[in-house]
Design a protein around this ligand. Structure first.
Ligand code: FES
Ligand SMILES: [Fe+2]
Length: 358
């Protein structure tokens, strides 16, 4: 893997109160989620002019829409008249956006179209009552928004990640075909910690280690992201994929600061995304999105989803048990093994942003 490596150093975890204190999550929403690029959707969801989807970023309602000029724009999904949430549906196609309260309408570029209760106010609709826009950028067919107006552009925020992703030539052909959510009874960081090391794999993921060559498993920390990967053992399959037909031989597991995980398994063009979105300080919404070439999945692809879901369930059980211990007075923090460098990087970033001194 030819990527720019960034070495990490600590040998102790962040303190456990960061996983159990509701005030910590409030600070994280401001300093982490409202200041980082957050994945919100795939380009295949905005194929036509007027296509839109709604989402939440750092607790804020957001709408992303493809305009009549083909431009993709994002706005706070909030009416400038009196704050009503504008679009209620998760996705759809509109020529014009309309608020359901007093009927203000907006063009797809966010400008005010009509304000019926202001029709006798001269020049009101040419005024500045527009939707409030949000930074939005697309790389590798993935759409991200950032609530921080002064954030670095997306591609520059993750070192050479989007260059690295170009090795998968099929990414532009993929479509979002399935999305599942799961409420996890653990702090969002516990799942990220879990994803960022594979010391637990031999104990907890028998099917995964039966398939992957764990002796050559590598974790490489890079600028604001990391890569894990290895080759598949000879004569093994992932799900029911025969590897001589696979487009790549080893799986790749990427993590992007702070809460996005991108997994590409060997086999026919595939990508799965995992996002960990905090519901509260001890509850997290896991959003699992699967991308394949076609909505009609083959048996191989269905088997791959089943395989990924088994690994996911094994991980959820672990982090829910970990959350019980985070609440205990038994220990205040934990230690890292030499092969947990991916978690070290994440914890160093958390310490820096939250200004934790120990
Ligand atoms: S709150 Fe939207 S039109 Fe009044
Ligand atoms: Fe795991």
């Amino acid at each position: 893997m030819e990527v720019k490596e960034k070495k990490v150093v600590s040998d102790q975890t962040i303190p456990y109160y960061l996983y159990t204190d509701p005030n910590v999550l409030k600070v994280e929403q401001e300093k982490i989620f409202a200041k980082s690029w957050q994945f919100v959707g795939h380009i295949s969801q905005l194929a036509n002019q007027g296509d839109y989807f709604t989402c939440e970023v750092a607790g804020e309602p957001i709408i992303v829409v493809r305009g009549k000029d083909e431009e993709i724009r994002a706005f706070y999904n909030v009416c400038p008249h009196r704050a009503t949430k504008l679009e209620k549906k998760e996705e759809g196609n509109k020529k014009i956006l309309q608020c359901g309260y007093h009927g203000w309408t907006f063009n797809l570029d966010g400008s005010l179209h009509k304000a019926p209760n202001f029709k006798d106010v001269p020049n009101f609709c040419s005024g500045s009552a527009c939707l409030r826009s949000v930074r939005v950028e697309t790389e590798a067919s993935l759409i991200f928004v950032n609530l921080d107006e002064s954030a670095k552009p997306l591609a520059e925020s993750y070192g050479d990640f989007f260059e690295e992703l170009k090795r998968f030539e099929f990414l532009g052909e993929l479509k979002k075909v399935r999305q599942k959510t799961r409420v996890i009874k653990a702090n969002w960081k516990a799942f990220i910690d879990n994803y960022l090391e594979c010391d637990h794999c031999p104990i907890s993921h028998p099917a995964l280690v039966a398939t992957l060559d764990m002796n050559n498993y590598k974790i490489i920390t890079c600028e604001n992201y990391s890569i894990q990967g290895t080759a598949v053992k000879p004569n093994k399959q992932v799900g029911s994929v025969e590897l001589d037909k696979a487009e790549m031989q080893g799986g790749r597991f990427y993590w992007l600061w702070p809460n996005l995980m991108v997994t590409i398994y060997p086999g026919p063009g595939n990508m799965s995304l995992i996002q960990m979105i905090p519901i509260d300080h001890e509850t997290t919404l896991g959003v699992y999105t699967y991308f394949f070439r076609d909505e009609n999945l083959t048996k191989e692809e269905l088997d791959l989803i089943k395989f990924m879901e088994q690994v996911r369930d094994e991980d959820v059980e672990l982090v829910e048990l970990e959350q019980i211990g985070f609440r205990s007075r038994a220990f205040m923090k934990g230690v890292f093994s030499p092969t947990e460098n991916g978690v070290v990087q994440f914890h160093d970033m958390i310490r820096e942003v939250l200004e934790i001194e120990e």
